[in-house]
Design a protein around this ligand. Structure first.
Ligand code: APR
Length: 248
């Protein structure tokens, strides 16, 4: 139930622009009364620290400033109380299953109304909307490549563009905390062990150039297998340097 009689996020009869303006003018306390689902504040999402037993070769120099901007979180992306969550959408932007379905269910019907004004989204592109009943302030919708059989260069480029364009859209809108699901690795069939390399490389290289514009990038995994994959590969892209030599 919405907490304000002039703002009902459960019904699609309202004006999405009016709702979006009202929500953006609220302070956090008032905004929290409008969430349609429970939320996880950013302080409950720890910065990623390597478990230390990874033997993978670092692909980039250790950079503690960048490492402090990365989180690996296993759970429901719709609950994250941050500036923006990325949505693995389809070209219509009118909702679907998987994480797209969860985001639309949590946001409520006004999200679809705003999406319907965007004329869809091409693969690799990113479009931003309000988040309505979600704890996030914005949703950045992107459309990943659909992979049939093996991954081609075009698929790789398209997936890279998804991550890059979501980050670019976030920083252009002065958003500083962003979460990504494992784009394209569900219904769209991108092999997760290849998608993780594209995701981590794109985020690392974007942060190298734009570190002052972002405070946190959260890799939000849903499946245990993806958590293990990211734990194994994160040290290659966000190396934490060699452990201090024992003085003894
Ligand atoms: N929070 C975080 N991650 C989630 C959630 C959630 N609530 N629900 C699912 N996921 C994970 C899946 O486990 C998978 O790892 O999101 C990842 C992406 O899977 P999909 O949602 O299937 O997205 P994708 O593979 O990009 O396919 C997009 O599926 O839902 C439709 O409308 C969508 O047509 C589009 C297609």
């Amino acid at each position: 139930m919405s907490a304000r009689p002039d703002l009902n996020l459960d019904s699609d009869s309202g004006d999405w622009k009016d709702a979006k303006n009202k929500l953006s003018s609220m302070d956090k306390e008032a905004r929290r009364k409008m969430y349609r689902i429970d939320f996880i504040p950013l302080e409950n999402v720890p910065v990623w620290r390597s478990t230390g037993d990874s033997s993978c070769k670092p692909l980039y120099k250790a950079n503690e400033e960048l490492n402090m901007k990365i989180s690996l979180f296993r759970g429901d992306i719709t609950k994250l109380e941050i500036d923006a969550i990325a949505n693995a959408a389809n070209k219509t932007l009118l909702g679907g299953g998987g994480v797209d379905g969860a985001i639309h269910r949590g946001a409520g019907p006004l999200l679809r109304k705003e999406c319907a004004t965007l004329n869809g989204c091409e693969t690799g592109e990113a479009k931003i909307t309000g988040a309505y009943g979600l704890p996030a302030n914005y949703v950045i919708h992107t459309v990943g490549p659909i992979v049939h059989g093996s991954v081609g260069e075009k698929d790789k480029e398209a997936l890279r563009n998804c991550y890059y364009n979501c980050l670019q859209t976030a920083t252009k809108n002065h958003l500083r905390t962003v979460a990504f699901p494992c784009i394209s690795t569900g219904v769209y069939g991108y092999p997760p062990d290849q998608a993780v390399e594209v995701a981590l490389k794109t985020v690392r290289e974007y942060l190298e150039e734009n570190h002052e514009k972002l405070d946190r990038v959260i890799f939000c995994v849903f499946l245990k297998s993806d958590k293990e994959l990211y734990e194994t590969r994160l040290p290659a892209y966000f190396s934490q340097g060699s452990p201090p030599k024992s003085k003894l």
